[in-house]
Design a protein around this ligand. Structure first.
Ligand code: FES
Length: 168
């Protein structure tokens, strides 16, 4: 055997100890890394519905309902206040609109401006929406108010995510 191919006892021990040490280190570090990034890997509860109000409370006039949801942003958990304008339309279907103005994000109110008693009104820049949440042309918003997904179960209204709509 030539000298080039020979592995000394010292080299053999070095290789062996490095390999075993690396394997053990990986075994110890893997759970720690997994713990550290776990919130990022955990899928958020998409499509979650939240109980908002008994259906008998919902009338033809838009009413403001509020509820809280748990929000997890990576490692930070918090409660977030949610709001919807909810009413029954002419077909007796429940409509739940986001109150967030599609112009720059202020909060709209139903019939909150005496000049427009049957519209949603945004006090920030005079944005207006008809009862079905469609933006009034000629006012700052260029898209309708998003609608919440709705579900009725055991006489309770549940609301899910909002869905954006095309502008008027
Ligand atoms: S934020 Fe509502 S009109 Fe500008």
């Amino acid at each position: 055997m030539s000298d080039k191919q020979r592995v000394s006892r010292r080299q053999f021990l070095n290789y062996t100890l490095t390999g075993v040490g690396g394997f053990m280190a990986a075994g110890m570090l893997a759970p720690m890394v997994r713990f550290a990034i776990d919130p990022v890997l955990t899928p958020q509860a998409a499509g979650e519905f939240h109980s908002v109000a008994p259906v008998e409370e919902i009338t033809n006039e838009p009413q403001r309902f509020e509820w809280q949801v748990e929000q997890v942003d990576a490692w930070y958990e918090s409660k977030v206040q949610k709001t919807a304008w909810v009413y029954r339309n002419k077909d007796d279907e429940i409509v739940a609109l986001s109150p967030i103005c599609t112009h720059l994000g202020c909060t709209v109110g139903w019939a909150s401006n005496q000049e427009y008693p049957n519209q949603f009104y945004c006090p920030c820049h005079g944005g207006r929406y008809t009862k079905d949440g469609v933006n009034v042309p000629g006012t700052p918003p260029t898209a309708p108010l998003p609608v919440y997904k709705t579900k009725v179960q055991e006489n309770m209204l549940y609301l899910g995510e909002t869905q954006s709509r095309q502008g008027a």
